[in-house]
Design a protein around this ligand. Sequence first.
Ligand code: AMP
Length: 244
Amino acid sequence: MSVKEKNIKDVISQLHQMKKGQGAQTMRKQLIFLGPPACGKGTQTNRLAEYLNLPHVDTGSLLRAEIQGQTPNGIVAKSFIDKGQLVPVELVASIIKDRLSQEDCQNGYILDGFPRSLEQAEALEEMNAEINGTDGSDFRAIYFDLDQEVLISRIVNRRSCSACGEIYNIKFHPTKVEGICDKCGGKLTQRKDDNEETAKARFETYFRETAPLIDFYKNKGVLKTINANGSIDEVWERILEVIK
Ligand code: AMP
């Protein structure tokens, strides 16, 4: 082979390598999060969305926005949320599909609070295939595993910023000034369904409807389990390990 031919071959091979690299960079990260109420998903997914520069699609917040706007969906959703039950699948799936179809989700998303049942998991597979196809997708289900005793106390002490959504815990992760968000100065509020009675119903719903998803995703080989006991920073480090 002449020197000229060798140079051409090298250039072509380098171009192939570059193309491969670009492919890897544009892999669409589709990360979903599973875990019982108040397991810390919201705090970590907020942070992860900023870190990966991906949209944070938080199902509970989308539903609460519908309630606040007194939309027909919001009026239906409220009656289920107040009882700690799942909102009907058609309603929640249509809200999620609209959100995942938006342009900012084209390169991936952090999906928090959906799916919460096998029926919803199947709906998610269908919408992913419909919206973007499955090529180039890096789909992972991240499961937050933690001791149950801490959960109720986390729920009743949880507060969030009414302006930016940042989540605090008045015992374990308080704000510097009581009632005021450290990040944006907004006013802290407590979610209406964060009381002991509704929390109990939410746990029952979780174990009945959502926990079966752990095996569902394990069988598909996409489940990553995180030990979610410990400080926010400790859990964060473990998340960084599994999203690489
Ligand atoms: P969260 O903010 O994720 O704790 O959700 C609060 C409440 O919104 C839940 O207790 C349910 O009533 C409702 N909800 C959130 N996500 C879903 C979902 N994927 N399917 C049905 N209902 C949901």
